[in-house]
Ligand binder design. Sequence first.
Ligand code: NAD
Length: 267
Amino acid sequence: MAYPTGNLMAGKRGLVMGVANDKSIAWGIAQGLAAQGAELAFTYQGEALEKRMRPLAESIGSSLILECDVTNDEAMDAAFAALEKTWGKIDFLVHAIAFSDKNELQGSFTENTTRENFLRTMDISAFSWVAVAKRASKMMQSGGSMITLSYLGAERVIPSYNVMGVAKAALEACTRYIARDLGPQGIRVNAISAGPMRTLALAGIKGGRDLVGTGRNWSLLKEDTTMEGIAGCALWLLSDLGQSTTAEVVHVDAGFHVVGVPDGLEA
Ligand code: NAD
């Protein structure tokens, strides 16, 4: 994959949360930012994932790699304390974290959703955005920019997306409320609603991989959403190019989100 090189992020430092492997959306975004001169720190969820992501981070010159499970307040405090100790301040944050029990990402939302997984999904996939935005904002005293990753399932019903769609709706609402609070501090807060990408997270949704073909065939551009496209949008929002844009949910999905009736299904 080729990410355009330049200096749009020169002198800027930021934290990327959510790289699990080289297919992760957070990794595509990280590469795009690094190609524009950004200095990056990373968090990973646990030891098993560290093994895969550490070499990736190091390949783009990052050595600040911290463990952070977002269900654990102490772990979040420790990660941000370590970041603050090393860098003092940051300019941007990428939140690309979500989780739900895959047994509930299939069939009937109404029948299959348990209280336990509903709350866990909301905790990891929506509340964690609030929790990390709060901590990151303390390190952005002279302004900054934050993004999270959403999906069309927040706005429309998508087969099997179920409780994750509810969490994405909350995530997008959280984006607007965080943006309100942090606006006076010069911090912009936005979400990218990405089209389907072949990642671990997509594999957890029953029939998730079929969404890639549907996304391509029914999209306005008649093509897959690309990692370069998502990374390009992240670069816009996280660099000074994105000034004046906040509380926005930007769709990067080849135009799929506006389609009411797909071509060929009129009758
Ligand atoms: P991924 O599996 O590569 O990334 C998900 C990340 O969430 C992983 O790094 C995982 O470690 C992290 N995570 C889960 N639980 C965590 C916890 N308790 N603490 C810390 N980290 C935790 O998949 P991805 O598709 O790159 O997902 C990144 C984001 O993009 C997610 O929010 C996802 O919903 C969103 N998204 C994905 C798609 C898609 O089609 N893949 C489309 C739109 C939005």
